[in-house]
Design a protein around this ligand. Structure first.
Ligand code: NAI
Length: 329
């Protein structure tokens, strides 16, 4: 099987090259550019393409993939909100993903953001480097005995629940399908979770139902001085409303690994550019906001698992033994 990798970075190449020796039937070509209607023709002559979180897999791109004979889209990630599934169905293209490569990697990053923004690590790091050892402005709050509210308790949300429990927090959650393994978690309505949490962390997928789940109305329900973290998908949050909430001092701190309009930024070095999106610039202007660039998944363990499962998905597709849970339909 010949696979064209789009948007391949140095760390992708490193982790896939390590793993590919175990898959002699698979041949991979790396392409740094991401897939779009302009670059889709590069896939001509391949059997499959491999994309990532922000790859443009909209209907026109998928139709073009169908026309050049691509039968398989391999996503080297869990989320698939960027794929037009109607179009893949119509074109007879199978989509396989990596649903649970390392939930702990993402959950640990969510807690990293929560702790960093709560204890102002981003500010103290800079201050101390400038010989400013003053503690003014660095007061945080204990998480111990506070309430953590987790929205979405699938694989990552469950890992976040366990981390919060380890901190001595009361853990409450909202999910339409409560996770029976989490016997220490109290399930509540979304509104109750929003109203009662001192730390709120989003771990549900982006769907039509969850688009802009966090907006001016749901922000108004939150406790004052809440610490809010999003490592799931940017469009779960209506960013304009989040910015208004930050301005009106609703939040003690906000940690974002994902945000609307991240597409042009993610994994790019734009240090010589003037940012054209005011959303990114405004988020970066707040002292109590930390933004990272969709890096929550980025651990050695997660990369190894992503490479292994993606290549196994390719082989299983050829053999007709695809793991049901890895199929996106
Ligand atoms: P999962 O499928 O195991 O769990 C998702 C949970 O959300 C399920 O329990 C589901 O019932 C629940 N859910 C669905 N709609 C909901 C709603 N309206 N309200 C509350 N809960 C709802 O998914 P997993 O692996 O835990 O991943 C969660 C999300 O994390 C992914 O969809 C993806 O967007 C994001 N992610 C982010 C990464 C990063 O690097 N920042 C890396 C991997 C995933």
């Amino acid at each position: 099987m010949r696979i064209l990798f789009y948007d391949a970075t140095a760390y992708d190449k490193e982790s896939f090259n390590k793993e590919i020796t175990n898959y002699p039937e698979v041949e991979v070509t790396y392409q740094e550019i991401d897939i779009s209607s302009k670059t889709v023709s590069l896939a001509k002559g391949y059997d499959a393409i491999c994309g990532f979180v922000n790859s443009d897999l909209s209907a026109p791109v998928i139709e073009a993939l169908g026309e050049i004979g691509i039968k398989l889209i391999l996503l080297r990630c869990a989320g698939f909100n960027n794929v037009d599934l109607e179009a893949t169905k119509k074109c007879g293209i199978t989509v396989l993903r990596v649903p649970g490569y390392s939930p702990e990697a993402v959950a640990e990053h969510a807690m990293t953001l929560a702790l960093a923004v709560n204890r102002h690590v981003h500010k103290s790091y800079i201050k101390v480097r400038e010989n400013n050892f003053s503690l003014v402005g660095l007061t945080g709050v204990n998480f111990y005995e506070k309430t953590a509210g987790i929205i979405g308790t699938g694989k990552i949300g469950a890992a976040m629940c366990r981390i919060c429990r380890g901190f001595g927090m009361k853990v409450i959650a909202y999910d339409m399908y409560p996770n029976k393994d989490l016997d220490f978690v109290e399930y509540k309505t979304l509104e109750e979770v929003l109203r009662e949490s001192d730390l709120l962390s989003l771990h549900c997928p982006l769907t039509e139902d969850t688009h802009h789940l966090i907006n001016k109305d749901t922000i108004a329900m939150m406790k004052d001085n809440v610490v809010f973290v999003n490592t799931s998908r940017g469009a779960l949050v209506k960013t304009e409303d989040l910015i208004s909430g930050i301005r009106s001092k609703k939040f003690f701190g906000v940690g974002l690994d994902v945000y609307e309009e991240e597409g042009a930024n993610v994994f790019e070095n734009r240090e010589d550019e003037l940012l054209d999106s005011s959303i990114t610039a405004r988020l970066l202007s707040f002292p109590n906001v930390i933004v990272t660039s969709h890096q929550a998944f980025l651990t050695m363990e997660a990369l190894a698992a992503i490479s292994q499962i993606t290549l196994q998905n390719a082989v299983d597709f050829e053999k007709g033994t695809v793991v049901e849970a890895n199929k996106v339909e």
